[in-house]
Write a protein that binds this ligand. Structure first.
Ligand code: SF4
Length: 372
């Protein structure tokens, strides 16, 4: 630690890093100073050290599929290349039989432990569609966790059913929903949302729906999509709000920062974003996530989906402890043309072994399935 201590002393963020090493969480203005700092490797060194103290030389992953059950959407987010308006020739909605076939195939081939269910805001789908799907999966495949529906999809179902999001969450939980993905948060600042997704739920609504979910025993992931029109102040605000909610509910199992991939999106066409932010920025965000959330949110996930396996390997040394899922069948990021969006479990296992780490295959709730 002496080499680290020396480097910390000569850094402009030394006071914050020392505070974190002493076990104290940085406040919002200190988070902002971390974001403004270029000492990425130093932050990574400290964050990587904290991660190894907590997890050892070990990383986890989950064998999963993504069910992008419909691409029909009325919300027109500018960062999205996936959706199609109702009635479009390229629109689709999976039937219950198609869902069953996909899950069965994935169970037979990969023994998946999670189905990540996400789709567009499709006004033609009432709550029975989701209830039938969740009941079928939990009944036929009891070892597979149902991790589904972002806060904004839950809001959409509530609008279709003309009822409250609380009521929807409770019915979905009763039918087999077990946890909620963090999508739809993007950056929890409305001036950012007004530019990138003006028709989507507000930051306050995202936080409220997450709190409602936590309160009825539905844990969740929190995400942050960066690398578009947000400022560093906005990122600090996003992290502060996640911290506040977690201090209140302890309902987030993982934090997943991922960078926006602009190809084929309206934001690129409108010149709001020309290119992705790249690897250094990713490492900085992973490191800051660990520095800021360690001990509060258990897991920090590296994003291989938009950055590839090599970068995810490095991220494991900068603060991430989880590789995420195999994401068989992913269709949203695939629409941006961002590299390979499917990994088999074996490729993830090899990637983690390549950096000399042990591999823990986990389930939906981060419980051990087996060591590899
Ligand atoms: S990100 Fe989701 S809500 Fe936004 S347009 Fe795409 S599918 Fe619809």
């Amino acid at each position: 630690m002496s080499q680290i201590t020396e480097q910390i002393h000569s850094s402009q963020i030394s006071d914050i890093l020392e505070k974190i090493i002493a076990g104290n969480r940085p406040n919002k203005s200190e988070i902002l100073r971390l974001l403004k700092s270029d000492d990425v490797h130093l932050m990574g060194l400290v964050a990587g050290n904290m991660t190894q103290k907590r997890f050892g030389r070990k990383a986890s992953f989950v064998n999963n599929i993504i069910l992008n059950y419909t691409n029909v959407c009325v919300t027109d987010c500018k960062f999205c290349a996936f959706y199609r308006p109702p009635g479009d020739a390229e629109s689709y909605t999976l039937t219950l039989d198609q869902i069953k076939t996909r899950v069965q195939t994935a169970w037979d081939m990969f023994e998946i432990r999670q189905v990540l269910i996400q789709g567009g805001h499709n006004p033609a789908l009432g709550i029975e569609y989701y209830e039938d799907a969740f009941k079928m999966i939990r009944t036929k495949f009891p070892k597979i966790g149902v991790h589904g529906l972002s806060a904004s999809e839950i809001d959409m179902i509530a609008k279709v059913e003309r009822t409250s999001t609380k009521e929807i969450l409770s019915r979905l939980k009763d039918s087999g929903l077990q946890s909620i993905p963090g999508a739809g948060a993007e950056i929890l600042v409305d001036s950012v949302k007004d530019v990138i997704s003006p028709k989507k739920i507000s930051s306050a609504d995202w936080l409220r729906i997450m709190e409602e979910a936590h309160n009825i025993g539905l844990p969740a992931s929190a995400t942050m999509m960066y690398g578009h029109v947000e400022s560093q102040e906005d990122v600090a605000q996003h992290l502060s709000q996640i911290i506040s909610l977690q201090e209140k509910t302890n309902g987030f199992m993982a934090f997943i920062p991922w960078n926006f991939e602009p190809n084929n999106t309206l934001m690129q066409k409108e010149n709001l974003v020309k290119f992705g932010v790249g690897g250094m920025h990713l490492l900085k965000m992973i490191a800051i996530s660990r520095l800021v959330l360690d001990g509060l949110i258990n897991h920090i996930q590296s994003s291989w989906l938009t950055n590839g396996v090599g970068m995810a390997q490095i991220a494991l040394q900068y603060g991430a402890d989880d590789f995420g899922g195999t994401l068989i069948g992913e269709e949203v990021v695939s629409c941006t043309g961002a590299r390979s969006t499917e990994l088999t479990g074996q490729k993830i296992i090899d990637a983690i072994h390549q950096i000399g780490y042990q591999v823990e295959e986990r389930d939906n709730f981060y419980n051990l399935v087996r060591m590899h």
